[in-house]
Write a protein that binds this ligand. Structure first.
Ligand SMILES: [Zn+2]
Ligand SMILES: [Zn+2]
Length: 407
């Protein structure tokens, strides 16, 4: 697993900083200005060049992908963490992969003022995803009933080149071992100046004007003054519906509780869950009237743990009293957006549906669409090594949580 490091300048005072790929909330140590970083629809980075001055640089795109791939096959749900890159511009004149350079070097954001020509990707993001899936599905037993990417982050890394009789890799300032035809013309490749800008969203509460708070990799920001939670959509902050479960505990982990429209299998009520998961209990008459919700962690952890905990909490269906107040203990940051959590619903279903040889072949015909969601903070007891919420079957190793920030 790799983390990219990015050289960045404070938009206010110009002070340099080194960011991690997952950083969103950036506090300048010099002028104390806080910015919330967004680049739509994905971040675009570039590798630094060592080319002689005034070289006409051309930047070649490579897709970079990190995320979890879950595959439902006849013997259950397989999972793996993927961290890879592939050529985004199909051409024989450039290397097919970035190699290790994006890990070894500090990247920069591509900004509108960055000089050079940026080639347009010939593979779309979806094409790139299909390539990644194909590469990772080779060893799966067939048939594969269903696959889902969850929690993926996709970005483009541009690598610089220039032509001086030969194609020169401008990072190493060394020629690429590929011969060019006599009429070779770099200008014929579709591209142009960078048109993407980094967006800095002010971190002031849209409701009361107070400073919003969050961890550096947090996708939601919190106003402790007016008790609100905010998520960025485009360049705006929009409020998030949230609640805290009223239970003892001092360490609060965020979860998405999602009401979904399920078609192809009956899964609307708690009674349905008892039947589909084959729980060792008999549905009571009013269990038919209790809504069924999917529950997913709102933070990244390794895929095996993600699957196990989402299964356990969805089977537990927490129905404790909720209060519309931010927790007063330690709040762990939201690093998995609700859209990504919703993509895990079919996988969660596949993890508890029993018997699996009856339900898994039905997966291609089952649809599960999210209708509404709420962010729920659940209190955990903090032990020496673990965070524990025993009644929902949730135990998380604190070390594992620490390591998860680079996922
Ligand atoms: Zn500054
Ligand atoms: Zn506020």
């Amino acid at each position: 697993m790799t983390t990219l490091f990015i050289e960045h300048q404070c938009p206010q005072c110009g002070a340099p900083a080194i960011l991690e790929e997952s950083d969103r909330l950036v506090i300048c140590p010099y002028c104390r200005v806080t910015s919330y970083l967004i680049q739509n629809p994905y971040f675009r980075y570039m590798l630094p060049d060592n080319a002689p001055k005034n070289s006409q640089l051309i930047y070649v795109p490579y897709w970079r992908f990190k995320g979890m791939l879950f595959s439902s096959v006849s013997d259950g749900v397989h999972h793996r963490f993927m961290d890879m890159s592939c050529q985004g511009f199909q051409s024989n004149y450039f290397p097919v992969s970035l190699g290790f350079r994006s890990q070894a070097l500090k990247l920069k954001f591509v900004l509108p003022e960055t000089p050079g020509r940026f080639l347009h990707p010939t593979f779309s993001r979806d094409d790139a995803m299909k390539i990644f899936i194909r590469r990772f599905s080779k060893n799966l037993p067939s048939p594969v009933y269903h696959q889902d990417f969850v929690g993926e982050s996709i970005s483009i890394i541009y690598s610089p080149f220039y032509v001086k009789n030969r194609m020169i890799d401008a990072v190493l300032n060394k020629s690429v071992n590929i011969s060019l035809p006599d009429d070779f013309n770099l200008e014929s490749f579709p591209g142009g100046p960078p048109e993407w800008r980094l967006i800095f969203v002010p971190t002031l509460c849209p409701h009361c004007g107070w400073d919003l708070s969050g961890e550096r990799d947090s996708l939601v920001l919190i106003c402790k003054n007016c008790n609100t939670v905010w998520f960025s959509r485009g360049e705006r902050l929009i409020p998030v519906k949230f609640a805290t479960l009223k239970m003892p505990g001092n360490f609060f982990l965020p979860f998405w509780r999602i009401k979904a429209k399920v078609e192809g299998v009956c899964l609307n009520s708690y009674a349905d869950l008892i039947r589909v998961a084959n729980l060792p209990k008999v549905p009571r008459s009013h269990d038919d009237e209790i809504d069924f919700f999917f529950w997913s962690m709102a933070f990244k952890v390794p895929p095996k743990l993600f699957l196990r905990l989402n299964r356990n909490i969805t089977m537990a269906q927490p129905r404790h009293e909720q209060v519309n107040k931010l927790p007063s203990g330690h709040i762990y940051p939201v690093t998995l957006p609700v859209k990504e959590a919703a993509e895990s619903m079919k996988i969660i279903f596949a993890s508890f549906a029993c018997p699996s040889n009856h339900y898994l072949p039905l997966l291609p015909r089952i649809t599960i669409r999210p209708e509404k969601a709420r962010l729920i903070f659940i209190p955990f007891h903090e032990g020496h090594h673990e965070l524990i919420r025993e009644n929902f079957g949730l135990t998380i190793n604190k070390n594992q949580l620490k390591l998860s920030s680079s996922l």
